[in-house]
Design a protein around this ligand. Sequence first.
Ligand SMILES: C[S@@+](CC[C@H](N)C(=O)[O-])C[C@H]1O[C@@H](n2cnc3c(N)ncnc32)[C@H](O)[C@@H]1O
Length: 232
Amino acid sequence: MQSSENGLIGAEGVPVDEKDAYAANYKAHRKGISYDKVIKTYDEWADNYDKDLCPGVYNGPEILAKAVGEQYVGEEKQEVRILDVAAGTGRVGEELQKLGFRRIDALEPSERMLEILRQRGLYENDWHDSIGFHQTQIKDGTYDCVVSAGGMGEGHMPISALDEMIRVLKTGGLMIIVMREEYLSYVNEYVDKLEPHLKELEALKKCKKVSRTVVPNYSFNKNGIVFVYQAL
Ligand SMILES: C[S@@+](CC[C@H](N)C(=O)[O-])C[C@H]1O[C@@H](n2cnc3c(N)ncnc32)[C@H](O)[C@@H]1O
């Protein structure tokens, strides 16, 4: 049984000055929350999202961009077509741009999060859509790299999102995901399912594992996990 503090799962050990941000984030991740409520929560939270989950408190975008940056060199970065899934307000796009990536598209279901992302002006195209519940309109093999930071969580992306991310990758393209490590042990959709599903996709020769790296201070001083898989 995962520990909780004031009914907030995972809140123990969160730095005192990050407790309010943890509570705000928990509204979108509360136990048993439906996907529809998740999106409604992001719509309502969008205007304060970047302030609450500022760098230092939530480092997913920086960690993800660094992982992407390690895979591509020099001028290649300007050409790589990237899809940022669960793109939120566009923080990942901002970090990728800092590293020299230019051809970035976004997929994001929350209207208000997407409006803020558009105001940043960093993405070529955007899809107002979710992933994992139906096939998106994106054609097979469109992208060189499909990334996601913070898109995994209670009521968020189901494991079937992985199949869709691989479908829209070119052969040889990379799927790079960062998520909170502890979700693998208490989000029911992922416990004993997410990593076994990746193994199934490998057995089906849809992809192969490149790396699985645990990183410190992903969010709220908790570990993150970075998955890198190559589409076959
Ligand atoms: C914690 S935010 C991360 C946003 C951004 N990637 C970042 O790192 O700041 C999670 C995002 O996932 C989106 N999301 C939740 N479920 C999703 C789904 N099934 N498909 C696509 N996006 C989803 C939410 O709307 C929200 O914007």
